[in-house]
Design a protein around this ligand. Sequence first.
Ligand SMILES: Nc1nc2c(c(=O)[nH]1)N[C@H]1C(S)=C(S)[C@@H](COP(=O)(O)O)O[C@H]1N2
Ligand SMILES: [Mo]
Length: 404
Amino acid sequence: MSRDSRDAALETSRRKLLALATGGAAAGMLGMTVKGAETDPTKVQGRGPSAVGQRSGAEQIGRTTAFGVVSLTPLESLHGTITPADLHFERHHAGIPEIDPERHELYIHGMVERPLKWSVAELKRYPSVTRTCFIECSGNYFPTAGELSPPHLVCGLTSQSEWTGVPLATLLREAGVRSGASWVLAEGSDAAVMSRSVPLEKALDDALVVYAQNGEAIRPAQGYPMRLLLPGWEGNTNVKWLRRLEVTDGPSMARDETSKYTEPMRDGYIRQFSFEIEARSIITHPACPAVIEPGWHEIRGIAWSGSGRIAKVEMSTDGGKRWQEARLQGPVLPKAHTRFGLPWKWDGQATELLSRATDETGYVQPTLKTILKERGPGSGPYHFNPIVGWRVLRDGELRFNPTG
Ligand SMILES: Nc1nc2c(c(=O)[nH]1)N[C@H]1C(S)=C(S)[C@@H](COP(=O)(O)O)O[C@H]1N2
Ligand SMILES: [Mo]
């Protein structure tokens, strides 16, 4: 779009807004369905309270579904760090099972003193823990993302919730882990019977069996009535619809940790059990498809690391020549999406915006070149966390640059 036609478009939308503000019939023109927007809201009785709230009709928001097996969180439409539960990304290997919470049970068996089982109601009687953390699919990378991709098509397989449940350590302690045990197999009750082996060390550290998400029962898509939550670890290990935990003396070599979720490396070896999500960041605003005007903007985005807290996010507004530290929005939680921001005055010249995250272990988000150098042929796009950029065109449009 040329600057002239963009100015004209902006002027038209300004006039529409003005018409709206002055009580004109502009709501329809703007595509809004806000009831009563045509009338002065101070002159009519408003809508009454309801059992379940809903979004403003003016807010069009939703997930993009892709390949029939995932739906992507609209990162560019969100603020703060919590993903509304109905916008949490979804990845199901065999769909969402229908589970009766009255009949669902969780078993712990194997190398334990006392095999035990819990109903959902029994689990809820235990002292609970609430924590905020992200879940990211380790396949959160789309090599085909073209330059017109918005952030959700770049890395929309990451979302954050406040989860509530019971420490797995509590349940394992009650069952009594036998000496010699070192791993736990977690199994879901979906048609994929998703199974992953988890080192006992993680199971006893910060693993949770969660039944609530953002204050209410966990959504069916997220594992209702309960899922395993392994803060900071690749999405796949966070087994949904959890029904069985088997304590073992080694990994069980399930399908999803042998034929999948492994990475061929340059040295000819295959990396297995690459659990931790590496530090990553994405600028969510301004980003395609936004069109910006010269002047002040707050560049915004999220950064996260499965290894701990985000220590800093550096940003470049000149394609990587100079870097400066962005402001982090506190509290900066470990293994959590962290908001960053940087005021920026755009001078109207073509440039490129970049962000680079560093976590508290000192790990720095790499370039795509560095990642590709380490990986061998045939490597799936697992654990790809490259620095990416948004090219700012002279007319204010933004274009995705996958190689930063
Ligand atoms: N039982 C079961 N658990 C599962 C899956 C599944 O298909 N079945 N998908 C896994 C994968 S690959 C990911 S990335 C996350 C996705 O969690 P979400 O759908 O709640 O975002 O769940 C994991 N747990
Ligand atoms: Mo995944």
